[in-house]
Design a protein. Structure first.
Length: 72
């Protein structure tokens, strides 16, 4: 049997890297066209703003989908 080190685990995306919140400046927005994903996006934005005081987001219907803006 051969033991190997530093082999990354395949799988999903790290939840902390799923959304681009750290890269967003005030006025930037993020479009979501999948209606089932909007609940996850809103929840993730809320939790991000709780962990990073001073950041705020708002979400509105936009065309065929939803758009999340960073407002603070």
């Amino acid at each position: 049997m051969n033991i190997e080190k530093n082999i990354p685990l395949p799988g999903g995306v790290d939840p902390r890297e799923r959304y681009p919140f750290p890269d967003m400046d005030v006025g930037d927005s993020y479009l979501v066209v999948d209606a089932t994903m909007i609940k996850n996006l809103r929840s993730a934005a809320y939790m991000y703003s709780r962990r990073h005081p001073g950041t705020r987001f708002t979400c509105r219907r936009y065309g065929e989908g939803w758009r999340l803006w960073r407002i603070a």
